[in-house]
Design a protein around this ligand. Structure first.
Ligand code: COA
Length: 169
């Protein structure tokens, strides 16, 4: 009898920067698969504040310091189509976090397109917990740039990187 295949999931995002909301999804997604690959998108469309290399390092650092993770987690940059990246990683599924109803339209379209491109890779949605429903990376950057406190929604290491980048340290 052959051993069951390792279940691999991809959790993609821009992570500019990674927040505790993302980390909560990563923790929960790590319970569902044998290996989770966190894909850091180059995403030129969003003109990120941090370079891809910086974002990968920040995500890696936060994951290394997570208390609860339930499978092997790897962090990788990608600059191609998400579905091609997922296929190259031999992923069975893609995880997406859903916050408010406003996320639904975009996710619905993206899932539909991805399903057409590769029907055998499922997209699985995890509802963001109440506490993180209103967190977004754009707000985090704006609040930090204007001198507000973001310590509740990002880790101390990410907060330090944000302050350095925004000239607030
Ligand atoms: N907690 C906190 N914030 C969250 C969150 C959570 N659980 N889930 C999402 N967010 C926020 C993010 O901070 C981000 O905020 P921002 O818009 O202010 O930056 C926003 O919700 C959406 O972020 P995210 O879920 O990370 O997605 P994204 O839009 O940054 O990334 C990609 C989308 C990278 C997955 C998508 O663009 C992609 O697949 N790109 C590759 C190219 C491709 O395949 N294109 C065709 C798609 S059909």
């Amino acid at each position: 009898m052959t051993a069951p295949k390792k279940r691999i999931g991809v959790y993609p995002g821009t992570f500019d920067p990674i927040t505790k909301g993302h980390l909560h999804i990563i923790k929960r997604a790590s319970k569902q698969v044998d290996k989770l690959i966190v894909g850091v998108a180059e995403n030129v469309r969003k003109a990120p504040l941090f370079s891809t290399d910086e974002r990968v390092k920040m995500v890696q650092h936060d994951i290394d310091n997570m208390y609860e993770k339930y499978c092997e987690i790897e962090v990788r940059p990608f600059d191609n189509l998400l579905i091609h990246f997922a296929r190259d990683m031999h992923a069975h599924c893609i995880f997406r976090g859903l916050r408010a109803v406003s996320d639904f339209e975009f996710e619905f379209q993206m899932t539909g397109m991805n399903a057409r491109l590769s029907p055998d890779i499922e997209t699985l949605f995890l509802m963001a917990a109440d506490k993180w429903q209103f967190v977004s990376s754009s707000f985090v950057k704006e609040i930090c740039a204007l001198g507000g406190d973001v310590g509740e929604v990002v880790t101390p290491a990410t907060e330090a990187q944000l302050k350095r980048k925004l000239g607030r340290s």
